[in-house]
Ligand binder design. Sequence first.
Ligand SMILES: [Zn+2]
Ligand SMILES: [Zn+2]
Length: 173
Amino acid sequence: MIELSRLPAEGLRTEGRATLLPLERGEALRDAEWSLRVLPSNSDFYLEVLGKAVWEGNCSRCLEPFELALRLESRFLGSKDPDLVVRGSHTLGSQDLDVVFFPEPFLDEDALVREQFQLQIPMHAVCKETCQGLCPQCGKNWNKGPCTCRPESQKAPSALAKALSGLKLNLEP
Ligand SMILES: [Zn+2]
Ligand SMILES: [Zn+2]
């Protein structure tokens, strides 16, 4: 925890590392390393988080576990001024910085670092761009080869196919 109200004028620099930072849904960050700089700027705080880690997650298409190297380079302004937060950005020196709401007098370094790493994870991370995903019928991983489902059933049924299946149903007693 960093006490923001007692920050020295020249700011604070910390470094950290973690072999494993568990995330939600069984995901984790491995071999995480970071450095954090907090610099007071009037009543706000300039924050810089630099780091790297390996994300252990699952492919959003085939659901297989895979890893992704993450690089973190984040600079923003922490402020408890709601007006500034609403404006969304603030120019400090030559930098245009995003403004993040920081109402608390303390800064939880671990939580901040974890959150900043999480922002680097793509929304729909895939193990490879050409990932074939899973068969919607039998659930087989198409990266490991085709399944025995008929190709027709993998497409949306045509109007004719729908009509035929309706016909078949009508024939049943
Ligand atoms: Zn995949
Ligand atoms: Zn299949």
